[in-house]
Design a protein around this ligand. Structure first.
Ligand SMILES: Cc1cc2nc3c(=O)[nH]c(=O)nc-3n(C[C@H](O)[C@H](O)[C@H](O)COP(=O)(O)OP(=O)(O)OC[C@H]3O[C@@H](n4cnc5c(N)ncnc54)[C@H](O)[C@@H]3O)c2cc1C
Length: 304
């Protein structure tokens, strides 16, 4: 991206953009270089306008929700990062439906709907993502995923058109969606839940939290399960059987608690994670003939 383009975009957007913002604090894995320009999303019109201007100038765009499934190059992102964070996180409960802006956090939504006596969201209560990121990834846990609760999504197409999609039009599959396949920007999500017993909902959420605490290395920065579940296997089990628990490259390591998690021991770089990812993939392929694919979204570097 040229300096002149950055200046033209900043001028067009009346200086709401911040230049050279470090991304590692907003990415749960805590690595990655700066964003050339960052927009803190605060309203739908502003987001659409920024995207339209950036596209007109040919400036690359990266969307970040809670950054819990994203790994950005150590050199950063030479374009516009749009962060769907706390300023774009309204939640409205309407009977047994919940409307949320993309930046609303899943644990916050979970608490709100539990208080309102709505069931169906418990599975997502411990996933540290945003509603937009979860609708895009079709995030899931404990046998359920977002496709089972999302009713309607307002999104923006690469051509700048606003679409209202119903569930059956979202091409949901295992950790995939039409939003991912077509590069659609998730603006607003409506979810359908069911009336339930508040005490039972809270107990279910506590049980899921306890299970996560016991099985996942939550005391280290990570992006959750690094690899997609390969057909007929579990990535973590294959990595463990390959003897890679605890294996390190620089400051990145395979968790000793859950081998599907690659963790940051404190001073890891994105290059460390990529090198570790390649070593793990190579070893699992050699031993078991299974190609592990990253679930984590890798930005600014070719992951192959
Ligand atoms: C400790 C831990 C546990 C986890 N457990 C689980 C789990 O149980 N199940 C699971 O599925 N995942 C899990 N994850 C991964 C992650 O939390 C989910 O994938 C989550 O849905 C990502 O949401 P996010 O907002 O953080 O996404 P981000 O990392 O911000 O973004 C992920 C992808 O979505 C895109 N995106 C973000 N917002 C939008 C938007 N508004 N419109 C269009 N695209 C967008 C980004 O460009 C990126 O490609 C875990 C992660 C951690 C760190």
């Amino acid at each position: 991206m040229l300096d002149g383009d950055a200046e033209r975009l900043m001028a067009a957007l009346e200086d709401v953009l911040q230049p050279n913002v470090s991304l590692s604090p907003i990415l749960s894995i805590r690595t990655g270089g700066p964003a050339r320009l960052l927009l803190e999303a605060s309203n739908e019109r502003g987001v659409c306008r920024a995207i339209e201007e950036a596209r007109r100038l040919g400036i690359p765009i990266l969307l970040v929700g809670n950054g819990s499934n994203t790994l950005v190059a150590d050199t950063g992102f030479d374009g516009l990062v749009i962060h769907f964070g706390p300023d774009y996180a309204d939640i409205v409960i309407d009977g047994d439906a919940v409307e949320a802006q993309s930046g609303a956090l899943l644990p916050v939504v979970a608490k709100r709907v539990a208080e309102a006596g709505l069931t169906g969201f418990e599975f997502a209560s411990g996933i540290p993502g945003s509603i937009g990121g979860a609708a895009f990834m079709n995030a899931g846990a404990f046998g359920r995923d977002f496709s089972t609760i999302v009713e309607r999504v307002r999104c923006l197409t690469p051509q700048g058109e606003i679409l209202e999609l119903d569930n059956q039009d979202m091409a949901y599959g295992y950790r995939t969606s039409r939003f991912m396949q077509e590069g659609l920007v998730v603006l607003h999500v409506r979810m359908k839940l069911a009336p339930g017993n508040k005490e039972e909902i809270l107990v279910r959420m506590d049980t899921y939290t306890a299970e996560r605490r016991a099985k996942q290395p939550l005391n280290y920065p990570s992006a959750g399960s690094f690899f997609r579940r390969p057909e007929g296997h579990f990535a973590g089990a294959l990595i463990e059987e390959a003897g890679l628990k605890g294996h390190r490259v620089g400051g990145a390591a395979v968790s000793t608690l859950h081998a599907g998690f690659l963790i940051n021991l404190g001073d890891a770089t994105t290059a460390d994670f990529l090198a570790l990812m390649h070593e793990v993939q190579g070893e699992v392929l050699t031993r078991f003939g299974v190609q592990l694919e990253n679930e984590v979204r890798i930005v600014g570097v070719d992951p192959t």
